[in-house]
Design a protein around this ligand. Structure first.
Ligand code: SAM
Length: 336
């Protein structure tokens, strides 16, 4: 079992297989990593790294991107993965109709499909994609039993916060004979430039909790799942959430083979490409050792700055630190 210095058990691995994407969602955090041009890991390299994580106690793997389905060898990647309790994928769904059945046959257990709007024009404005492709992909995923599908909706002020009821109604048609589609409402991560779109999904959570028939608390980041007549709804609230970090059980691998201890920083990546056996194992343990709850550190740095200001002078080095830790590290984003 992998346990970090803050006594957090690490059971989930997120592997980014590419940073290419066939959409251009304006708010995208790109899994916190963007290389100049990613020299993507091969299916064999992915499988070897995953095997060592499995030997170290990882139970669940999520394949992510960029958009994982733009890789033409995606079915091979899944087929070569070692067995885990669960292998899932997060996808924008655009190419899912084509791949759903083959992915299931190769060992994929379920998918998350990102869908922020059911309005075709709005969906196109947000992502530059065609809504009907995603809807066909979702149908194919349910048909292939890549279930429960989680529908990931990032809730944004002035954009789609008024569409949550429509989305709840939409999932209900899939949940007549069991829980096939779960709605996952995600709070926008406030990247620089996105602050005005941030919406407090606690407001929606309060409303849903009042009508819920049952509530389950998931191990992962203590997320709550509310059961209502239409299905199930989960809430993901990472923003400034120390609780979220204290319960973080994830570690990541980038598309070019670096272990990434935290979504929100890029100054502690550990390159494992080309390594095997004991050397690979040791480097992974090194990366685990670098894990720190991000929002705790952010709060500590912010309070140090506040104290400096109260004392009459804002120390420029500390201000530099907060920019470095909280903003600069956050993402090496080109584009938006
Ligand atoms: N292309 C795949 C997809 O669409 O699911 C995988 C990559 S995408 C970066 C993974 C998830 O991160 C998506 O559900 C997306 O909505 C979410 N996401 C991206 N940027 C975000 C942000 N700024 N705040 C919150 N969630 C975000």
């Amino acid at each position: 079992m992998l346990i970090d210095r803050f006594n957090r058990k690490i059971t989930n691995l997120r592997i980014s297989v590419t940073d290419r994407c066939n959409l251009r969602c304006f708010y995208c955090h790109k899994e916190g990593f963007l290389s100049k041009k990613c020299d993507e890991l091969t299916p064999d390299e992915i499988s070897k790294i995953a095997q060592v994580f499995k030997d170290l106690g990882i139970k669940k793997v999520k394949i992510t991107g960029g958009e994982p389905l733009v890789r033409q060898d995606i079915v091979e990647i899944i087929a070569e993965m070692p067995e885990f309790d669960e292998i899932s994928m997060t996808t924008n769904g655009i190419l899912l109709e084509k791949y759903a059945m083959d992915l299931k046959k190769s060992g994929l257990n379920r998918v998350n499909v990102s869908l922020d709007s059911l309005n075709p024009e709005k969906y196109r404005d947000l992502s530059r994609g065609k809504l009907e492709d995603v809807l066909r992909g979702l149908e194919a995923a349910v048909e292939a039993e890549l279930t429960p599908v989680k529908l990931n909706m990032v809730v944004m002020k002035g954009i789609n916060e008024n569409e949550v009821n429509d989305m709840i109604h939409f999932i209900s048609k899939y949940n007549k004979d069991g829980l096939n589609v779960i709605l996952q409402l995600i709070e926008l991560l406030k990247l620089p430039g996105l602050e005005s779109y941030w919406f407090d999904i606690g407001i929606i959570e309060n409303r849903i909790s009042a009508i819920a028939k049952d509530v389950r608390v998931r191990k992962m980041q203590k997320r709550k799942q509310y059961l209502i007549d239409e299905g199930a709804i989960e809430f993901v609230r990472p923003t400034d959430n120390t609780e979220f970090c204290y319960n973080c059980n994830r570690i990541r691998v980038t598309c070019d083979g670096k272990v990434k201890p935290c979504l929100l920083r890029n100054d502690n990546l550990v390159d494992v490409r080309g390594l095997e056996g004991e050397e690979l194992r040791q480097r992974i343990l090194e990366a685990v050792n670098l894990r720190k709850p991000y929002f705790r550190e952010k709060i500590e740095v912010e309070s140090r700055i506040k104290n400096c200001a109260v004392n009459g002078a804002v120390n420029s080095t500390v201000s530099g630190t907060i920019r470095g830790t909280v903003r600069g590290d956050l993402l090496e984003r080109s584009g938006n």
